[in-house]
Design a protein around this ligand. Structure first.
Ligand code: AMP
Length: 593
């Protein structure tokens, strides 16, 4: 069995293959590790740890136990010097035998810093395979018409080359430029509405405008609406609310607004839409006029009557956008996307009928060699450890237990060896013998002043509670982030909110108090009671602030495709934007101060 499988043909074949590798997940993992090591044992990194062991002669089981005994657990920072040498053009095999021509930028928005990760043809192949497995389960649940269109809000980053000629871009940018992306469309016989020039133009505003225009042009043929992360769909329909008149005027006259200025994009789009279509334009105009009065509820099924579902990653950091996505999607089912990272694809959503809140990801045991570090929540009141969990020794995939939380460790075909991913997952169950994971959060502590420890998930729960109160004013939370401000004593948490709608100060004071009182972390509660952490501060920022933040990330090489609002930041440039845009501040009175 090859690491990406030999899968052509029907959904049934793919599901049969996936069931087979899942039944033998433990053995498949051992064999996957062997393949990675046999391919790469002559690299500088592996030689350092495996020395001159004759691994080709060794059986896979013995090799697995040797590998996990002698190769250390590392984080991305430990491998960075090797990756930097690749970027600088060093030709010796450092971490992979196959020369690396591409490096991917992982979004890094959770940690506020971008990381470089090797990308090879293997990466594109697994993306295609991942898509086929997920696609097979989706088309069982929601059959789509062959030859139809997909309205995809997808974006490539601009990318650049290092002085040594290594291409740097996001993993998705490499994928969209690969044969596999073309193959995916041919093999699944469903085609994205936008030509390549639109996807890769590097200006997300122009791309979004064209995606919407072309989506409407092909409106009867669109079978589903999708993006990598849910944020992009919400972002696109916020744009649509503002630009729909211009889009329908373009369709009416068979022209393209001057806001699309990149010539190659203009040429590619006009080739498709240059014939005036007054019938379509009038129909869409009357739908939009009606929807404007309904705050755009159900815009997606109204404009794309044949769409069967909306498909995107809606879990983890995307949960806060779910309310808005449901609003735009009306009665269309939401199907939550698969689980992966720039480092490796991990698991597939096998239950497309489940709502996003209940989605799990079945690990595909051929993608990488996965290990799992058991994590145990600290006993309440303990304040000695620098981290939020106590760790046990990593276990292989075949030994994970239902209900246990783990951090994922990856050994990939692209040169990462026992590298911590930084994500916390819980084993929710099994598909035959491969675990189905629940994504919990990014591992890194995000809010901490002293003994308090709050994760992304804790913050999300607190913000959910506070923002529920906005409903009474018919206002909504657009986006949020936070900061642990220790510049003055005592330190305190600052939460930034962008809100749509008018809200009285009195209510915002209540929201602030509610959030402060909703952090249940024992360290926080104790510190607040004795005022070693000061009152929580709620800052209301101007409309459009989070757009500026997103643009700031894109200007630094990220793409809209992978953008995730950082839920906590200490990045000075971001804090400056937030501070300049703050128009109101409230301080909590939850603990009497
Ligand atoms: P990137 O660094 O841009 O490749 O982003 C990868 C990270 O996005 C993962 O490590 C996760 O933290 C997050 N992520 C990816 N897929 C999902 C998913 N289905 N649910 C929740 N979080 C996800």
């Amino acid at each position: 069995m090859s690491s990406t499988g030999h899968i052509n043909g029907s959904c049934d074949n793919i599901i049969y293959w996936f069931n087979d590798v899942s039944k033998h997940a433990g053995r498949v993992q051992t064999e996957t590790l062997r393949q990675i090591l046999v391919q790469n044992f002559e690299t500088e990194y592996l030689k350092k740890w495996l020395k001159d062991t004759n691994i080709q002669e060794m059986d896979a089981k013995t090799l697995e136990s040797l590998y996990t005994r002698v190769v250390p657990l590392v984080s991305h920072a430990d491998l960075e010097p090797y990756i930097q040498r690749i970027a600088d053009g060093e030709k010796e095999p450092l971490i992979t035998k196959e020369p690396i021509k591409f490096l991917s930028l992982s979004s890094g928005t959770s940690e506020g810093r971008q990381k470089l990760v090797p990308f090879t043809q293997h990466s594109s192949k697994t993306t295609l395979l991942n898509f086929k497995i997920g696609g097979a389960y989706r088309s069982r649940a929601y059959p789509t018409r062959e030859g139809g269109r997909i309205l995809e809000f997808i974006y490539s980053s601009k990318g650049y080359r290092t002085r040594a000629g290594i291409k740097i871009g996001t993993a998705t940018a490499h994928y969209y430029a690969s044969d596999e992306f073309r193959l995916k469309q041919e093999e699944t016989n469903s085609f994205t509405c936008s030509p390549e020039a639109v996807i890769s133009c590097g200006d997300y505003k122009q791309s979004t405008y064209c995606h919407l225009l072309l989506g409407i042009h092909f409106s009867d043929q669109v079978e589903f609406v999708t993006s990598a992360f849910a944020y992009s769909i919400v972002q696109a329909f916020t744009t649509f609310e503002e630009n729909w008149r211009e889009i329908t005027d373009d369709i009416m006259d068979g022209r393209l607004s001057s806001r699309v200025s990149i010539q190659s994009v203009r040429d590619a789009v006009l080739e498709i839409v240059s014939r005036p279509n007054p019938n379509l334009a009038t129909r869409v105009q009357s739908i939009c006029e009606e929807l404007e009065g309904k705050d755009w509820f159900g815009v997606i099924p109204k404009l794309w009557p044949n769409a069967k579902y909306v498909y995107s990653i809606m879990t983890g950091a995307m949960l806060p956008y779910l309310t808005k996505l449901r609003h735009y999607s009306g009665d269309l089912p939401l199907v939550s996307g698969d689980y992966g990272s720039t480092e490796s694809w991990i698991g597939v959503n096998l239950d497309p009928l489940l709502p996003p809140e209940k989605v799990t990801f079945a690990v595909v045991p051929t993608f990488s060699y996965f290990e799992f570090i058991p994590l145990h929540r600290q006993v309440l009141g303990s304040n000695s450890a620098a981290d939020d969990f106590i760790e046990a020794d990593p276990v292989p995939l075949s030994q994970v237990k239902k209900g246990q939380e783990y951090e994922i460790v990856l050994t990939t075909f692209t040169g990462l060896y026992r590298c911590r991913l930084g994500d916390v997952v819980e084993v929710a169950g099994f598909h035959y013998n491969t675990p189905k994971l629940n994504f919990i959060c990014r591992r890194k502590l995000i809010l901490t002043v002293n003994i308090d420890k709050n994760t992304e998930k804790d913050l999300q729960l607190v913000v959910d509670k506070g923002s529920q109160m906005l409903k009474s004013s018919r206002a909504e939370l657009v986006d949020f982030t936070s900061h642990a401000d220790v510049s003055n004593q005592p330190g305190h948490y600052v939460i930034y909110w962008e809100i749509k709608g008018d809200v009285e100060d009195r209510l915002l004071e209540e929201c602030c108090k509610e959030m402060d009182a909703s952090f249940v972390d024992h360290g926080y509660v104790v510190s607040r009671k004795c005022n070693s952490i000061g009152p929580l501060e709620l800052c209301i920022v101007e409309r459009g602030t989070f757009n500026k933040i997103m643009e700031n990330f894109i200007a630094n090489g990220a793409s809209l495709n992978q953008f995730k609002t950082p839920r906590c930041t200490s990045n000075p440039a971001l804090l400056r934007v937030l501070s300049l845009c703050t128009k109101k501040r409230f301080h909590s009175t939850a603990y009497g101060s």
